[in-house]
Design a protein around this ligand. Sequence first.
Ligand code: UD2
Length: 315
Amino acid sequence: MRFSTNFKPYVLLLVVGIFLLLGYVSHFDFYQAGPLFCFSRRTDVVTVTPWLASIIWEGTFDPVLVDNIYKPMNLTIATTVFAVGKYVSFLRDFLETAEMHFMVGFNVRYYVFTDRPQDVPSVNLTQGRHLSVIQVPGSNRWQEISARRMEIIQTTIESQIRREADYIFCLDVDSKFHARWGAESLGRLVAVIHPGYYDQTRANFPYERRPASMAYIPMDEGDYYYGGAMIGGFVEDVYTLTTVCRNRFAVDAGNSIEAAWQEESHLNRYLLYNKPSKVLSPEYLWQDFKAKTKEVKVIRFSGVIKNYAEVRPNV
Ligand code: UD2
């Protein structure tokens, strides 16, 4: 068969295009180049950071396409959750709703840290999902329990998680999943915009403002205010984050300083100078006491309303 002279260049272009596409699919770094990869139908919210990381909102990704890419990779996702003292009572809802919505179809390894292993509820896990209970000491200060998470996650990554998982999410237990939280959330280093501050300007962010603290952020710096209830990413990237934050926390403690929002302040400082490769919108960290706003089309994960005086060891 002979091509007409006009037709030849198109065939050539098509062949080159197919080769480029194949090269793109096999070598493209999905983890780094989110914005190119995502299709955004949203114009009412910012969907990309100034350093070109995607900000994931409903309507910025195609769940079927994302699943088709990630599911064949047979990934294992570690999920750490602390349930110390009375917070053990939040575990059942957390786990049961995670089984319905969190990384469905992936291998998930839950690591439950508690001082009350006997009170960990038995929850039916679907195939490919496992739960380990790891005993940790209790404390009579909630600030200490919350802050010590960095150190415990770091040491558990060293002793166990780095051999057992590809990605990790570290989540607050006093929360429930309400809708899909899937592979669109995977990235090298993943943070979530705190629901209380996504519509605020930098001057209102509750960063640590005392220069004496290792979590200090000057008034004219800062991108977003990230929630401490979620840290995610490659296991090794989260390992570095927890190691740095834990060490900075210890330096502060040696100088008798506790950052304004404990490990959340250290997390925000870390992420200012180590930019996340993916940012999750507040859909991935809402709070039940907050009315849904028009930008938030889907609430995926939300903190339950709790009586602090009742569940915390101190007020
Ligand atoms: C905010 C953050 C939280 C943390 C804290 C600052 C959000 C939505 N939440 O939540 O992540 O940064 O401020 O310290 O960003 N825990 C126990 N037992 C306790 C106390 C805490 O297991 O007695 C664990 C538990 O997993 C809980 C987490 O620590 O979910 C955070 O504590 P919190 O929920 O009391 O902190 P909160 O609501 O002020």
